[in-house]
Design a protein around this ligand. Structure first.
Ligand code: FAD
Length: 297
């Protein structure tokens, strides 16, 4: 074990840092080789401390939410994976502040409990709030950026600051965070009051709309829709639905999903992604861009 690794382990606490942690355990794809070091940050302070430590020592690090938009390569990640799990809620009059490690499913439960309207369309998206804000996650023409009023970040210089919505530059599956590398610590929402039964009804409707989505492990849509076109329709028109590379398959029910049939390798998924890009480029002249994040060796 190198001195650097020992230093990180002793700073973050013995028993808190796992060595050679299989990332397949931490992604909805259930794919991914080992991360050298893996640490779960339970509070904002723990996250800030871990990031500071990695930065000061020039040690590579990666912030993990719920791993639902992520393909980790088969040889894993040489560095420290920091899973952000701080998930407290603070209420200040009309304002609701939520720590970004909270899962969207939990946030939706909170919204039902407290009568906060507007979040229902997020039902069925298996991400954390931080991952969702970074990618401006959404569905049915709605996105999380529409609901956020401010975002608290840890910037590149180690400072924490609040950014107003306009500074977050939200657009379709985009935000400043994809470029800035700032880490999302928390978000503030101003949500309209709604009857609990109305919220539940909408959640049920949105959940039903997802019933044709593949049930097998995946990372959701692989490619960003090259608007006004649909990546899924283009892939389907190329005749690629159902195509396999060993244990990875382009889903029959939704061509923009690649599914893990059983112990698929990242290599298999990447092979399918290359084939999709090539065929779509040849047929439509369009360069598809990945929505999923690809990490590791
Ligand atoms: C079955 C299924 C359905 C899906 N449906 C949808 C959908 O309808 N709409 C949609 O938009 N997405 C969908 N997704 C994709 C995914 O759930 C979302 O993109 C989600 O918001 C990702 O969040 P995460 O916490 O899992 O991010 P991760 O996969 O953990 O990370 C993704 C990226 O975000 C970064 N990140 C994570 N947390 C933070 C943070 N706190 N600060 C800064 N960066 C951070 C990571 O470093 C990484 O670069 C679906 C996925 C699945 C598996």
């Amino acid at each position: 074990m190198t001195q650097m690794i020992q230093k990180i382990i002793s700073s973050l606490g013995k028993g808190r840092v796992a060595l050679n942690e299989p990332m397949a355990k931490h992604t909805t794809f259930k794919i991914g080789g080992p991360a050298d070091l893996f640490y779960s940050a339970r509070t904002q302070e723990e996250l800030i401390k871990a990031v500071k430590l990695a930065r000061e020592n020039n040690f590579p690090y990666f912030i993990l939410g719920n791993g639902s938009n992520l393909l980790v390569k088969d040889k894993g990640y040489r560095g420290l994976v920091i899973k952000y799990q701080a998930a407290k809620v603070f209420k200040e009059k009309e304002k609701i502040i939520v720590e970004a490690g909270m899962l969207l499913s939990q946030l939706i439960k909170e919204s039902v409990k407290n009568g906060w309207g507007g979040l229902e369309f997020l039902a069925g998206i298996p991400g954390s709030l931080g991952g969702a804000i970074r990618g401006n996650a959404g569905a049915w023409q709605k996105s999380i950026g529409d609901l956020v009023s401010r975002v608290k970040v840890l910037d590149k210089n180690g400072k924490t600051l609040w950014l107003n919505k306009n500074d977050c530059r939200f657009s379709y599956r985009q935000s400043r965070f994809k470029i800035s590398g700032e880490i999302i610590l928390a978000a503030e929402f101003c949500l309209p009051k709604k009857e609990k039964k109305e919220i539940l009804k909408l959640i049920e409707e949105y959940t039903l709309k997802r019933s044709n989505q593949p049930k097998e492990p995946s990372a959701g849509c692989v490619f960003i829709n090259p608007k006004p076109f649909s990546a899924g329709e283009m892939i389907e028109d190329c005749g690629l639905k159902g195509k396999k590379s060993r244990q990875a398959q382009i889903a029959k029910s939704h061509a923009n999903f690649i599914i893990n049939l059983n112990q698929a390798k990242a290599k298999d998924v990447l092979t399918l992604m290359d084939q999709i890009k090539e065929k779509v480029k040849t047929k439509f002249g369009v360069d598809l861009k990945e929505e999923i994040v690809i990490l590791g060796e």
